[in-house]
Design a protein around this ligand. Structure first.
Ligand code: SAH
Length: 233
C-alpha cells in the first residue's frame, strides 16, 4: 500500500522538484509513494483557458474560479476517494508533526495549490477542503507549501528513512526540541565535544541529552514547553 499524492497546480513543472532527489526521490522511484500532477488549466472551458477572475466586491488581484477548480478536483478525486483533500492556505490550521504522521499513515492526499489572492470560498465548502498552512508568512503560491508538506510526510513512510530511530528522537516527536549534535574532529577551533559524549556512559549521555533538550525547549519554545511533554513528568 503506497501513499498516493495528487497535486493540482498551474505550475506542474515545479513537481517533483526537490522531491525527485535524495530520500524522497528514491522512494518515488521505488513506488513507496506516487505523485500525480494535474494542470488546473486543462479544466478551463473557454478559448483563453481562463482559471481566474476579478474579486467580487472589488479590490486588488485575482481569484481562482470555483467551477474550473471543481472540475479539476472531481477528476483527481472522484466521490468515494478516501484521501483527504487539502488546500494549501495561509488561513489554514498550521501543519504539525502529529498531522504529518496522520497523513503518512493514510492512503494519500489530494493537494490544491492556490495562486493569486486565493480560491473562491464556495469551492472550499462544496468540496470539503481542509486548509493547511505551513507558517505565518505569505508565499506567492501553494506549490512550495505542497512540497514542504509532502517532504515531511514521505520521510515517515515505511522504509524511506534508513535509520528509523533517528525519526523518533527528532524535534517535536516527543514534544521537545532536539539536543545538540557533535561529530569528529574532537577539537574544532578550540572548542571540544562535551566530555560526557565521549565517556561511553550511555545512561549519562541519555540524561545529558534530555537535559539539553529541555533547556533548549524552555528557552526557545516556551509555548511547546507549556504544552507539556511526556518526558517532563
Ligand atoms: N491573499 C491570501 C494570500 C494568497 S498567497 C491571504 O492573504 O490569505 C497565494 C497562494 O499561496 C495561496 O492561495 C496559498 O495556496 C499559497 N500560500 C501562501 N502562503 C501560504 C502558507 N503560509 N501556507 C500554505 N500556503 C500558502
Amino acid at each position: 500500500m503506497s501513499f498516493a499524492a495528487s497535486v493540482l497546480t498551474l505550475y506542474p513543472e515545479m513537481f517533483p522538484g526537490a522531491l525527485g532527489l535524495s530520500l524522497a526521490g528514491r522512494a518515488l522511484e521505488a513506488g513507496t509513494w506516487s505523485l500525480e500532477v494535474i494542470q488546473i488549466r486543462d479544466f478551463a472551458t473557454d478559448r483563453h483557458r481562463t482559471v481566474d477572475d476579478t474579486p467580487a466586491g472589488g479590490g486588488a488581484g485575482m481569484v481562482m474560479r470555483a467551477d474550473v477548480l471543481a472540475q479539476a478536483i472531481d477528476h483527481a478525486s472522484p466521490p468515494g476517494d478516501p484521501r483527504p483533500r487539502l488546500l494549501m492556505s495561509p488561513r489554514g490550521r498550521p501543519l504539525t508533526q502529529p498531522r504529518v504522521r496522520e497523513l503518512a499513515a493514510g492512503p494519500g492526499a489530494v493537494i490544491l495549490c492556490g495562486r493569486f489572492e486565493g480560491v473562491d470560498q464556495r469551492l472550499i465548502e462544496a468540496r470539503g477542503l481542509e486548509e493547511v498552512s505551513i507558517g505565518d508568512f505569505i508565499l506567492s503560491g501553494g506549490e512550495p507549501a505542497a512540497l514542504v508538506l509532502l517532504d515531511a510526510v514521505v520521510r515517515l513512510l515505511p522504509g524511506v528513512m534508513g535509520n528509523a530511530v533517528s525519526g523518533e528522537e527528532e524535534s517535536f516527536e516527543n514534544g521537545l526540541l532536539e539536543h545538540p549534535h557533535y561529530t569528529r574532529p574532537q577539537e574544532f577551533e578550540g572548542r571540544q565535544i562535551p566530555e560526557v559524549l565521549i565517556s561511553g556512559n550511555h545512561k549519562k549521555i541519555a540524561e545529558w541529552r534530555r537535559a539539553e533538550a529541555e533547556k533548549l525547549t524552555r528557552e526557545r519554545r516556551p509555548d511547546l514547553w507549556a504544552a507539556g511533554h511526556p518526558l517532563a513528568k
